[in-house]
Write a new protein. Structure first.
Length: 364
């Protein structure tokens, strides 16, 4: 009997211990959940990221969501540096607006929305997108994206290289092909973007592409345009070498360059200013991408336009978008400060509008 009673007391004591331990665990869990930092809770939680878009009467947003006019949801969160992207793009647009209001730079920042500008803007009606072409900043890839979106080809890989720039076959209409009322409607309602690059590095790229390598076999650059520049701007008339970068800079920096531009026709799009190409102070763009940050900007643009689930920007080779300061300094090293200053004076609007710093070799 005594043995049975002792065992009964032991079981009661053991049960009481278990009850105390269980209550302690419950209390501990409650305290943890109550005081845990809410911003750090749930590592897999995806923050909402807002994208600045143009201020117009309507914007292209998913139908089931209704957001303020200035913002548009981007879907899944970006990783890494992309989390900062909405702020970066809002700052770029704010800088653009401020410089556009600077009366001292008006002649360098404003241009008429002429047929020349409208010819640069490609249209994707299916997804309500306008893309302004700024050559030498990776535009071929963006044109491929729009060609797929317009339905001419089912994937970027299927597009033959000779079709991309053939505007009779690539299925990319220009904004200039529409009536005035249709142009106005698209400018007001569509998602609009273009890409920029350090202005001087872009000029170097244009010079190499058209006058040195000429990979697309466009003979008029070497056999018509180059001789015209040499005749007008080469100092040493006895020199027989082809067009040199110094000749090119002297031509571009000449305040009277336009009389040659007229002779060259639309081929000048590879080196005219972003202002002349896209009229950024007259057209309210949704996003302005930078070539130097294209790895981040390309997916951001696709998400902001609502097409990231339909197409991807082609893979960017490592290092291709990085600003090459050494290359720029090397190209300009043998050119007089006077000629460089005249060149900068022409492209100052592009430097200021898009936040590019005046080159160090001009400040020394």
């Amino acid at each position: 009997w005594l043995t049975s009673d002792n065992m009964h007391h032991q079981w009661l004591l053991l049960a009481a211990c278990f009850w105390v331990i269980f209550m302690f665990m419950v209390a501990s869990k409650f305290i943890t959940l109550t005081f845990k930092d809410p911003d750090g809770y749930g590592a897999k939680q995806e923050p909402l990221i807002l994208t600045a878009v143009t201020k117009v009467e309507e914007v292209h947003v998913p139908e089931e969501k209704h957001w303020p006019e200035e913002f548009q949801p981007t879907g899944k969160a970006f990783s890494g540096s992309l989390i900062r992207q909405p702020l970066v793009h809002m700052e770029r647009l704010e800088l653009l607006r401020n410089v556009c209001r600077d009366t001292a730079l008006r002649d360098l920042s404003h241009t008429a929305v002429s047929k020349f500008v409208l010819d640069r803007i490609f249209v994707c009606d299916k997804h309500k997108i306008l893309f302004c072409q700024t050559p030498k900043v990776g535009n071929t890839q963006w044109k491929k994206v729009l060609i797929v979106l317009n339905g001419a080809f089912s994937s970027i890989e299927e597009i033959p290289e000779n079709i991309v720039h053939d505007h009779e076959k690539n299925g990319l209409p220009r904004l200039s092909s529409f009536s005035d009322s249709e142009i106005k409607k698209r400018l007001n309602l569509y998602f609009k973007f273009f890409i920029v690059r350090d202005p001087f590095e872009r000029l170097i790229s244009a010079f190499k592409d058209k006058f040195v390598h000429n990979p697309r076999f466009e003979p008029w650059y070497r056999h018509e345009i180059a001789p015209g520049i040499i005749r007008k701007y080469r100092k040493n008339r006895t020199e027989t070498k082809g067009l040199q970068f110094e000749d090119f800079v002297r031509y571009l920096g000449d305040p009277n360059h336009r009389w040659l531009d007229v002779q060259f026709g639309d081929h000048i799009i590879h080196w005219v200013t972003y202002v002349e190409l896209c009229a950024p102070c007259e057209i309210t763009y949704s996003v302005i991408g930078h070539h130097e940050t294209l790895e981040d900007d390309a997916p951001y643009i696709l998400k902001a336009a609502g097409i990231d689930h339909l197409v991807s920007y082609p893979t960017i080779p490592p290092g291709i978008t990085v600003y090459n300061r050494t290359k720029v300094e090397r190209y300009f090293s043998g050119i007089s400060k006077r000629d460089i200053r005249r060149l900068y004076a022409r492209f100052e609007g592009d430097f200021k509008l898009f936040g590019y710093r005046e080159p160090d070799f001009l400040l020394n």
